[in-house]
Structures are given as C-alpha cells and as structure tokens.
Design a protein around this ligand. Structure first.
Ligand SMILES: CC(=O)[C@@H](O)[C@H](O)COP(=O)(O)O
Ligand SMILES: NCC(=O)COP(=O)(O)O
Length: 251
C-alpha cells in the first residue's frame, strides 16, 4: 500500500465522438472536461487520431488552457502514435505528459503496447525530444518483463500498461485472475526498473478495485469509454466521484 490512490485522468475522446455525429458544438468537450476537473479528476486525457474522428486538433489548445486555468496540479495528457504531426501537436500544446502509443491510423482503438525491441532507437530519440520540452513521457506497454527492460533504457519516465485484455475478462473470473497476475508481475518489474506505472483501456468501476489492490503503486489511470457510459446514468460529476472512490479503495 502506498497510501496514495492513483490519480484519475478523464479521457474525453468518447464525448468528442458523440459531438462529431453532427455539425453542432454539443456535447461541448471543454464543458465536460471542466465538470470532470471540478468533480475531482486530476487530469484530462485526449487521444487525437490522425482522422480526427474523436478529439479534433482544434480541441487541444482549448483543453490545455482549461487544465492550466484549473490549476491544483491538474495535468493534460496527450496520447498517440508519435508521427511528426503528433509531435508537432504535442510540442505546440505542451501537455504535462505525452503517452506514446503504437497505433496504426486504421486501428479503431488501441489494442497493444510497443514492440520495444524493434522500436528502441525511435522511442529513445522521441522521448528525448519530448523531455527536452519539459513533457513527461509514458510508453504504452504490454506487461512483458523482458520488454520493460528495454522500455527503461529509452529514457521514458513511465509506462502505461494496456489493460484491454484485463477489461475483456468481465465475465470470466479465472481469466481475470490470470490477467491480473500478468499485469501485477509487469508492474512490479516496472517499479524495480524505476519506471512510473500508469494504466488504461477498458477500466471500469467494477474492475478497478482489484487492479489497484494488486498494483498499489499505479500513478494514474486514464479512463474514457466506461466512465462516459456511466456518466449517462450518473452525470459526469457523479461518474468522476464514483471512479475516484473505486481508485481509492485500496489506498
Ligand atoms: C491508449 C489508449 O488505450 C486510449 O487512448 C484508448 O485507445 C482510447 O482511445 P479511443 O477512445 O480513441 O479509442
Ligand atoms: N489510456 C487509456 C484511455 O485514455 C482511455 O481508455 P478507455 O477507458 O476509453 O478504454
């Protein structure tokens, strides 16, 4: 136990996707981000994809300013594949953290971590560029201990474990235990290597408490899809409060 609950960074991609169904400005992504921060979220995450089907590039400066004006240590996290276009966006908007994800533009959502052996040089160079601008660097990772040794050599500050396979076990308790064990061993190794540990993808009110109990060192959970679904019932502020409670369960 660390005594510190992981921070909650609310991913607003799903809200932007709903807005983009029409040529109208609602739901207003910035308004929902503000509600999330005022309800106690510690940050806002966006994953600008090259086709802008979720957040648009024009959302980024608005959200960066909103997070800065909120203060209280709130953080802006920009996730994505580190193409030159993505790096330009990150360097123009100066998030507190950039999470580098190995997504192909055709992917519907993120579904794996980096092949660190193959991309070590590229990630090392990219991490250095972002860190030179004062941006913390996190690398999207599968929980493979060997790969984490390479991740640590890139100079990145943190890894974000891809928790999709854990989230997919919602109806299979035995599989959930196995996925949790794998994530936990990966997290333990990351900590030994001096890497900070973030988690994200398909995290829910139901699956968070066991994850945080096994990995009490998690620094940040970025959550969008399930939290937005829960906000339909609970309201955005209510959903943020519920997720913060779930994250605090083991602290
Ligand atoms: C890296 C990651 O797991 C998240 O960014 C997730 O992919 C959410 O992005 P979308 O909402 O665009 O699917
Ligand atoms: N990094 C993960 C994220 O930002 C949100 O993932 P999800 O909760 O939308 O699956």
């Amino acid at each position: 136990m660390t005594g510190h609950a992981p921070t909650l960074s609310v991913n607003v991609n799903a809200i932007a996707m709903l807005r983009n169904r029409r040529d109208l400005p609602w739901p207003d992504v910035a308004r929902f981000a503000r509600i999330a921060l005022e309800a106690g979220a510690a940050g806002i995450t966006v994953h600008p994809r090259p086709d802008q089907r979720h957040v648009r590039f024009s959302d980024l400066p608005v959200l960066a300013r909103l997070v800065a004006e909120h203060g209280q240590g709130a953080e802006f996290n920009i996730e994505g594949y580190p193409s030159e276009d993505f790096l330009e966006l990150a360097l123009a908007n100066l998030p507190h953290q950039a999470t580098l994800v190995p997504d192909d533009p055709a992917q519907s959502t993120s579904d794996h971590g980096w092949d660190f052996a193959r991309h070590e040089v590229f990630l090392t160079r990219t991490a250095a560029r972002l860190k030179a601008a004062g941006i913390r660097v996190s690398l999207f990772a599968d929980p493979s201990p060997v790969a984490l040794d390479i991740a640590a050599r890139t100079g990145a500050d943190r890894v974000e474990f891809y928790t999709g396979p854990y989230g997919a076990t919602h109806s299979d308790p035995a599989a959930r235990e196995r996925e949790l064990d794998t994530l936990g061993k990966g997290g333990d190794r990351a900590v030994e290597l001096g890497l900070g540990v973030n988690v994200g993808h398909d995290l829910t009110l139901e699956n968070l408490p066991a994850l945080v109990a096994r990995m009490p060192y998690v620094a940040e959970a970025s959550i969008g899809h399930a939290l937005t679904a829960d906000a339909l019932e609970l309201g955005m502020a209510g959903a943020v409060r519920a997720y913060r409670e779930a994250l605090a369960g083991a602290a």
